[in-house]
Design a protein around this ligand. Structure first.
Ligand code: ADP
Length: 423
């Protein structure tokens, strides 16, 4: 395998989002769960996105994991490695964006790294180094109240400088608008001043294309799916990839089909209600799930009785006031973790019962399920809803289709829409 592009993502759903963007922009893309074993046999691909869970762990560990992923990607020929972060730059002064960036820059022996979380089509723009979420600066957006990484400063030059060992500069919009050549010249000037990272402005999709072209001239970059889009389009334009044209994602897997919902988002609650009209739905008792075994067994008995007749849906999801009550009784983190693990146990039981097409709603829930099923990698297939592709297992004998969606993604018929794309 000779990769045109390698990527390291700091969380699983962010990795899927990037893998989907790369696929939609013409790259045959594989998403791996963690750093693959050296002997893992994967299909040919243009890009591999290694999914880590490193956004909120100690910086030292995040660096070590990213470097292991980088070694694997470089070993498969990746000339360029993108470190994929959240488009709202989720991080703290302790990291982990700056420390990982510093380590990857040193490993790549590059004087300077281009950094941008911009993705205009999803409302993330950067101007004069300031990140906007929709109409408001980052520090006025809901991210100011994020439970793990509250973002109180929209000036990313300052934010990144607090995390990095090196100095941070800016490639401003006027330079970006002049194109890839001007961006590269500016990066060279900044590097000459001893600056090791540059936040790049981007307000329009065409800015991402110029940044992608410029970034390809270096061995490493840092960005969100927007920069992934720019890199993918630049690689396609330079004919450095085989591409997805003519690729088929309709391979028949067969087996039973099931859906699991652990997300309590508005969108997911509406999707469960819609599914109730077309498939049997079991609503779990969250209190009983806290002492997992009996409720898990009840869910699996429910499924086994019905799977032969068509898909089933099993949901822990509840309305906001019910969630508050469960969290008050058991503690927020303990409740979340216990329910995720119960959903993972149900997924394991479903697969043992013959389920080979599985739809999971909820970012954390999806992570727990994928870890439990020990699935090493996926080939990214057709798009069910914006940002959510179907995934076909790779590097394992267990042929399965999966769909993993976080919170608010997908239309009202998401579960049926997903299953329709899983032959
Ligand atoms: P989303 O993508 O919508 O954020 P996640 O799966 O990431 O969904 O997060 C949902 C969290 O809520 C998980 O930790 C899950 O275990 C937890 N959860 C699910 N159902 C309930 C419930 N009924 N009460 C409390 N917490 C729940």
């Amino acid at each position: 395998m000779t990769l045109a592009l390698g990527a390291i993502a700091d969380d699983y759903t962010g990795a899927s989002d990037l893998a989907n963007t790369l696929t939609r922009n013409g790259l045959r893309t594989i998403q791996t769960i963690g750093v693959p074993r050296d002997d893992l046999a994967l299909p040919e691909a243009d890009a591999v996105v290694v999914s880590l869970k490193s956004r909120s762990i100690p910086a030292r560990d995040a660096v070590a994991r990213a470097q292991a992923a980088e070694r694997w990607l470089r070993g498969r020929g990746a000339a360029h490695v993108l470190f994929k972060v959240c488009s709202t730059f989720d991080s703290t002064d302790a990291g982990n964006i700056g420390p990982v960036m510093d380590a990857l820059r040193a490993d790549a022996d590059e004087p300077i790294v281009l950094v941008t979380p911009a993705f205009p089509e999803t409302g993330r723009t950067v101007y004069q180094g300031h990140l906007f979420v929709g109409h408001v600066p980052l520090n006025e957006s809901p991210l100011k109240d994020h439970p793990l990484n509250p973002m109180h400063d929209a000036n990313l030059v300052r934010v990144l400088a607090r995390q990095s060992q090196g100095k941070v500069g800016l490639v401003d919009l006027a330079t970006v608008a002049e194109g890839a050549g001007a961006i590269r010249t500016r990066l060279g000037e900044l590097a000459g001043q001893g600056i090791h990272a540059a936040i790049a402005d981007a307000v329009f999709a065409r800015d991402l294309e110029a940044l992608g072209q410029a970034a390809l001239g270096c061995r490493v970059s840092v960005g969100a799916s927007g920069l992934g889009l720019g890199l993918a389009r630049a690689l396609v334009a330079q004919r450095r990839v085989v591409g997805t044209e003519g690729a088929s994602s309709q391979e028949v897997v067969g087996g039973f089909a099931a859906c699991l919902a652990g997300s309590c988002s508005q969108a997911t609650l509406a999707q469960i209600a819609a599914a109730e009209r077309v498939m049997p739905v079991l609503r779990l008792n969250p209190d009983a799930l806290m002492s997992a075994d009996t409720e898990v067994a009840r869910a699996l008995a429910f499924a086994r009785e019905r799977l032969g007749n068509g898909p089933v849906l099993i949901a822990s999801s509840a309305s906001p006031d019910q969630v508050v009550a469960v969290q008050a009784a058991h503690g927020r983190e303990a409740a979340g973790y216990a329910i995720e693990q119960a959903m993972a146990a149900i997924a394991e039981g479903l697969v043992a019962a013959g389920v080979r097409r599985l739809v999971v709603a909820g970012g954390e829930t999806s992570g727990a399920v994928v870890d439990r099923l020990r699935l090493p990698a996926f080939v990214v297939g057709a798009e069910i809803a914006p940002g959510v592709p179907v995934l076909r297992t790779a590097g394992t004998d267990r042929a399965m289709w999966l769909a993993l969606k976080s919170g608010n993604f997908g239309g009202p018929d998401f579960f049926s829409d997903a299953l329709r794309l899983m032959p």
